[in-house]
Design a protein around this ligand. Structure first.
Ligand SMILES: Cc1cc2nc3c(=O)[nH]c(=O)nc-3n(C[C@H](O)[C@H](O)[C@H](O)COP(=O)(O)O)c2cc1C
Length: 373
């Protein structure tokens, strides 16, 4: 049974399965393996200096001749990064007061100083994508401009933009992107919105409701993301009018992902209700496994610093937790599909299993449609 959709032809891939470009865990090994298996592997470009991105691209090219993507955040607070000196000292003091309670428990020295400025990397990363003529530029957490899309197209680079609202889908389509990822509220990781809303419930429409509404208003192929982890999810997405799926959480628990062992183990142990949406890790709303850091940060009522300065400020806490293999003080981004993750296979096996299951589900649905037993 053919699972080929127009998205496959557009991107030059065999199966309509995309692996999310997860800045924290999607290195070139993961992306290369997904692409080798016939999906679209996307390597994370977040926080990477230009040479590191070029190295990642070359690694993938050395391992597969199939299409792949590079993911960047286009968030306004990163282009250019927010000037640390504009943040009121009282805000920084409140942030550190809460972080210092965690530091004390992890034997990390207390901190009061403002975090160092975040490096300005996004535009240089985009230049590398253009110079290297990467097959797909995956844009998230902010929309690509029409000019950016035109520059990509001039270099033969396809642009896939991830959105969480119908209006952003309209705007992305108007900018000329080639495909749109509809990110439902179930999704792991950061909400794909350009500006941080005051409340996490904003831009939190579920995948089931969001995908068909976006399909109805844009002409380009739509990819469903959020809460999907197997062949059933792929068939459901196709039924909603999507032309493929993009998976994050499922690929975190693979051999090629760079997530720590304690993170992968937590994914295997936790259920769908184990996640929460928090801004405590980076300053930007994200869905992650509920842990002491996120719960106590919220309870403390402390403010957060702008993207990604909050993560820069808390880096010593995360590093100490990682060293101790302690998931209670480390961001373990995951979506509600976490309860569907029961093993740590190779990423290529994930793609193959999704395709196999989807064919089985489609065959069963075909029998149902024909009224066969
Ligand atoms: C660990 C992790 C890190 C992520 N990092 C990024 C990122 O850097 N850029 C991005 O566009 N999306 C990122 N995402 C979000 C995904 O693109 C996608 O929307 C989401 O994973 C889909 O939902 P799922 O987790 O239920 O599969 C991340 C997701 C996870 C789980």
């Amino acid at each position: 049974m053919r699972l080929r959709t127009a998205l496959c032809d557009l991107l030059g891939i065999e199966y309509p399965v995309l692996q999310s470009g997860m800045g924290s865990v999607a290195g070139p090994d993961l992306a290369a393996e997904v692409s080798r298996a016939g999906g679209l592997g996307i390597v994370g470009g977040l926080n990477q200096p230009p040479d590191a991105i070029r190295e990642r691209i070359r690694f993938i090219r050395a391992h597969t001749d199939r299409p792949f993507g590079v993911n960047l955040w286009l968030h306004s607070e990163l282009r250019p990064p927010v000037d640390v000196t504009t943040i009121p000292p009282a805000t920084i003091a409140q942030v550190h007061a809460t972080l210092n309670t965690f530091r004390a428990r992890l034997d990390v020295p207390a901190v009061t100083a403002a975090p160092p400025p975040a490096p300005d990397l996004v535009d240089a990363a985009l230049e590398v994508i253009l110079e290297e003529r990467v097959p797909v530029f995956s844009a998230a957490i902010g929309l690509p401009s029409a000019d950016m899309v035109t520059r990509c197209h001039a270099r033969g680079v396809k642009v896939v933009a991830m959105v969480a609202t119908v209006q952003d889908a309209r705007d992305a389509a108007a900018a000329g992107v080639d495909a749109i990822v509809a990110q439902g509220g179930e999704a792991g990781g950061h909400r794909s919105i350009a500006a941080k809303p005051i409340h996490p419930e904003v831009a939190m429409v579920g995948t089931m409701a969001l995908v068909p509404q976006i399909v109805d208003v844009v002409r380009v192929p739509v990819v469903a993301a959020g809460g999907l982890a197997d062949g059933r999810g792929l068939v459901a997405a196709l039924a909603l009018g999507a032309q493929g799926v993009l998976l994050g959480t499922r690929f975190v628990a693979t051999r090629e992902s760079t997530a720590s062992e304690f993170y992968k183990k937590s994914l295997l142990e936790r259920d769908a209700d184990a996640t929460m949406v928090t801004d405590a890790f980076t300053g930007q709303w994200a869905r992650a496994l509920r842990n002491t850091f996120a719960v106590e940060y919220r309870a403390a009522g402390a403010p957060t610093l702008p993207s990604l300065l909050q993560a820069v400020a808390a880096q010593d806490v995360f590093a100490a937790a990682a060293k101790r293999q302690d998931g209670e003080y480390f961001p373990m981004y995951a979506g509600q599909a976490v309860g569907l993750v029961h093993n740590v296979p190779g990423a290529g096996e994930v793609v193959e299993a999704i395709v196999r299951e989807a064919r089985e589900v489609l065959a069963a649905l075909g029998r149902l449609g024909r009224g066969d037993p």
